[in-house]
Unconditional design. Sequence first.
Length: 59
Amino acid sequence: MSDGYLGALGVRLTDEQYTRLTDVGAVPLGAPHEGIAASPDRLQGGATDRITAPAVPVA
């Protein structure tokens, strides 16, 4: 049984396959996250050039 799992380590994906899997596996955050992400200018007081977003999204 463990040989089957270890065999999966040898699987290589193309960039296109990896992108496709990432896209179809994305979990929508829903409200209020999507609403907030859609209007950063208003939420940041119109000063988006003075605010640096975190490197890792905070949910």
